[in-house]
Design a protein around this ligand. Structure first.
Ligand code: SF4
Length: 233
């Protein structure tokens, strides 16, 4: 037996409900008159190789110092930025990446997200991947959650779930897993709903991983997929 992405999506929504990702602090951005899309970009870079709880501490620090904007990151002293994002780990590297990305948006797009995101998905993805420190997962997270472009995000949780659940994925490479989800959903979901479904499904897979599948001992009895999953214990 195999499970299709649409069946998976319906089962997970029925069990866990909508997740409404990406988490952003709307109140902060209203007050500061800043663009929440930059918080998503910063979060997508800071979450590389670390747990989200560590990213939240770094984001709180950036907000406390009112530097969660392109202009502020471009101009902030590098050493100060390192201290603010220390909790997210690899802070030397991540400071460089934030500075580079913000400077790029500043110089090439004059801080204008509309200008940056209102182009063809393939073109922006290619451009993002050419930037230092931006891999496929970070690029797709930025495109999907900040740019509202229909591109599916594959993370470490998705990869590990794909090894347990009987999906018909060609290999465990990023591109094959992405293709598996997108290929079916593009044909079974209305085009206007695709972005929402990609956002939700990614978040729901993280939820499934944390709640059931990727615990030390998988909690199969309470898992929404238990009847369909060959690895169910
Ligand atoms: S049934 Fe068990 S192994 Fe299968 S997805 Fe659920 S928790 Fe993971």
């Amino acid at each position: 037996m195999t499970i299709s992405p649409k069946t998976l999506y319906n089962l997970l929504v029925d069990n866990f409900g909508y997740q409404y990702w990406w988490p952003i602090d709307e109140y902060y951005h209203q007050k500061q008159k800043s663009d929440p899309r930059f918080e998503i970009i910063v979060g997508a870079i800071l979450t590389q190789n670390t747990a989200w709880v560590n990213v939240e501490k770094a984001l709180d620090n950036l907000k406390k110092h009112k530097v969660l904007s392109i202009n502020a990151i471009v101009h902030i002293n590098e050493e100060k930025l390192k201290i603010m994002i220390q909790s997210s780990g690899f802070f030397n590297q991540k400071t460089q990446r934030l500075k580079l990305f913000a400077t790029y948006l500043h110089k090439k797009y004059q801080d204008d997200f509309q200008k940056f995101f209102s182009r063809d998905l393939t073109e922006i993805r290619h451009e993002l991947l050419s930037l230092q420190g931006i891999g496929p997962e970070t690029a797709d997270s930025i495109l999907l959650y900040a740019g509202n472009h229909p591109t599916f995000v594959v993370d470490v949780y998705t990869k590990r779930i794909c090894k347990r659940v009987p999906f018909q994925v060609l290999s465990d490479s990023y591109d094959d897993i992405k293709y598996f989800f997108e290929n079916e959903l593009q044909h079974t979901i209305l085009k206007k709903e695709l972005v929402t479904v990609y956002k939700e499904l990614h978040a729901l897979l993280v939820k499934l991983a944390k709640n059931n599948c990727l615990k030390k001992k998988p909690e199969c009895l309470s898992c929404p997929l238990t009847k369909l999953c060959e690895k169910s214990l």
